[in-house]
Design a protein around this ligand. Sequence first.
Ligand code: 13P
Length: 251
Amino acid sequence: MTRRYFIAGNWKMHNNTTETKELLTAMKQNFQNINDSEVMVAPSFTSLQTAKEILEGTQIIIASQDCHSEDKGAFTSAVSCPQLKEFVSHVILGHSERRSVFGDTDIVINKKLKATLAHQLVPVLCIGETLQERESNKTLEILKAQLDGGLAGFEEKDLETLIIAYEPVWAIGTGKTASPQQAQETHEQVRKHLADMYSQEFADKTRILYGGSVKPENVDELMGQTDIDGALVGGKSLEAESFLRIINFKK
Ligand code: 13P
């Protein structure tokens, strides 16, 4: 089964509206997509309107970096799916920084996933182990628990749009990348678990992105791995030239 590549930029807490305009204008002007990948950017909430204006009429997808699980109410500072729907089609959920800094548990992430799907937004569900977990051979156990918890209560038919992003926490923002072989091995295990949870067909069609220090220098080899279907890029998505090179990876 062919899975369309998906290259995404997670801007995290970077870029005001002026910087957003500059970066997206530079990207748009030089945009080419030799691999016909789906391309997504996830700016901060405050830049979503600007991103929407600049990317109007392009194929570039806009995502939010998180959402709240409720539609509305007394949740100071939170942003709901109905609010986000004005700007985005995709939502990143369960990023490791949301998990470790803001305390998002699998139960919270599961509720957010429910809201995302209820509003026909496409979820990009992040999973990943810490260095300590990898070193104590707990990687698979952790990833399985995150998948089981995050996807609890959903049937295969609910998850047709689901995208998974595997981001080893030890590789995020550290310059350390999982080796292509390490990443491939883990992606294969994640896909196997999806097959066990649902079906082989579901596992075969679900895209699994790799994230963690993806850069122009390592993207080609990573994307060359059988079970890696794209990238979730942090730092290098903030530089137009680097991100464009990543989009145009060479297989
Ligand atoms: P870096 O590419 O900066 O390591 O960040 C990865 C990430 O967390 C993307 O969501």
